[in-house]
Every structure is written in C-alpha cells, then in structure tokens.
Write a protein that binds this ligand. Structure first.
Ligand SMILES: C[S@@+](CC[C@H](N)C(=O)[O-])C[C@H]1O[C@@H](n2cnc3c(N)ncnc32)[C@H](O)[C@@H]1O
Length: 209
C-alpha cells in the first residue's frame, strides 16, 4: 500500500470528528499531490457546473469542507471572489490560507450547528466533504439555512454502491419538504480513477426555496 493509499484509508476509517481532523491535519501538506495523482476530477467538474449556473459577480459564496482550496482555485481563476471557506481541519485550512483566494477561512464542523449567519450566502459549493466517514447527511440542512432563498447549492455526492443511503435520503427529504429543488445533475463519473476506481460521484445543483 502506498503512502497516499494509506492516508485515504485513514481518513475514511476515522471513527470520530477528532480522528478525522487529525488525519487531515497529517495529510494536508501532500493531500493535493496525492489526490491529483489519482486523477481527482471533482473540483474541475464542479467548477464547470458552478460556472454554468452561477454568474461570476455572485457574492458571498460558501465553500463548505473547503480543504486546502482545490475546489476554490478554479473558481478564483474564473473570476469568482468573496469566497468563505470552512473546514474541520486546521492543517487543510492553512494550505487554503496560503493560496490567498479566500475572503475568509474558518475552522468549523459541518453537521453540528454551524457558526455562520442565516440567510446569507448567494451560492454554496461542497465537494468531497459531505460523504461517508466525513461530514454527516444533516450537513445539507445547515447549508440551506445559511443560504439565501434562491441561492444555488452545488455539491458532489457519491452515487456508487459504497454510498451510505442516509445521504441521498437527506437530499430527497429536503426536496419533499420543499426546502430546495433540483435544477441539474451530471452523469456519474469516477472521482479518482487511478486510485479509488470504485468511487463514483455526480455533481448536483439545487435551488434553495
Ligand atoms: C476529500 S477533502 C475535500 C476538500 C476539498 N473540497 C476538495 O475537493 O479538495 C474532505 C474535507 O472535508 C473536511 N471535513 C471532514 N469532515 C468535516 C466536517 N464534519 N465539517 C467540515 N469539514 C469536514 C476534511 O477536513 C477535508 O478537508
């Protein structure tokens, strides 16, 4: 098993938020090199979808589970600004901080009460964070709460057999409760084809109602 394989296994196996945070703190410096070597394509696909639906002048934008900023980088290149990043891991946040592309960065756990204003963000993006072994399905409720009515929430969701059904169930519950409505979904694609070929995501766009 390579070092990067063992770090992926470690973050997925973390049994608590504390262990998860420690695993990402340890991985932060080499996370991007390891993931992109595995063909990590979620940030590119999500940025393309975001750019198709969200005008560039939209602000403020929330990057939830921002990690080291791999997702916000293509957005910044496309001209989006006023991006707030939140993440569990200080190590990942410090990599994100070094890129100088965020208006603000805050250490915070999705799924618990998030310390962000209600009815505030005009667009939200989340990739790779609301997923088994990471932030819980209830995280979607918090994203909706901090977003304005009419805001778009763009997120990657696992759609392979390893997905925990509680995640799509949370998405469907919020749709049934008319908290949001689906605007778009990509076809499914392998998220890291050269490292974790069994993991497939699709990128979804929901409008907050
Ligand atoms: C696979 S990385 C994705 C990071 C970034 N969005 C990207 O695409 O590169 C998952 C991130 O989720 C963060 N994370 C895990 N559980 C979390 C939680 N409950 N709240 C906030 N962030 C969390 C980790 O610290 C890590 O930075």
């Amino acid at each position: 098993m390579s070092d990067s394989d063992s770090m992926v296994a470690k973050v997925y196996a973390a049994a608590s938020a504390e262990k998860q945070q420690a695993a990402y703190d340890e991985w932060a410096a080499s996370y991007e090199r390891d993931l992109f070597a595995m063909g990590y394509r979620l940030p590119a696909v999500a940025a393309a979808v975001f750019a198709r639906f969200v005008p560039t002048e939209t602000a403020p934008i929330l990057d939830a589970g921002c990690g080291g900023g791999a997702q916000a980088e293509p957005l910044a290149l496309l001209g989006y600004s006023s991006i707030t990043g939140i993440d569990l891991s200080e190590g990942m946040l410090s990599v994100a901080r070094s890129k100088g592309i965020y208006a603000e960065l805050k250490q915070m756990a999705l799924g618990e009460r998030i310390d962000l204003p209600e009815d505030h963000f005009t667009a939200v993006l989340s990739t790779g964070a609301i997923t088994p072994g990471h932030a819980p399905p209830e995280s979607f409720d918090g994203l909706i709460k901090t977003a304005k009515t009419g805001a778009l929430i763009v997120f990657g969701l696992r759609v392979d057999e390893g997905q925990n059904p509680a995640y799509p169930a949370a998405v469907a519950r919020l749709e049934r409760d008319k908290a949001w409505r689906r605007m778009f979904a990509t076809d499914k694609f392998q998220t890291m084809p050269y490292g974790e070929p069994e993991i497939w995501n699709a990128v979804f766009v929901y409008e907050v109602l």
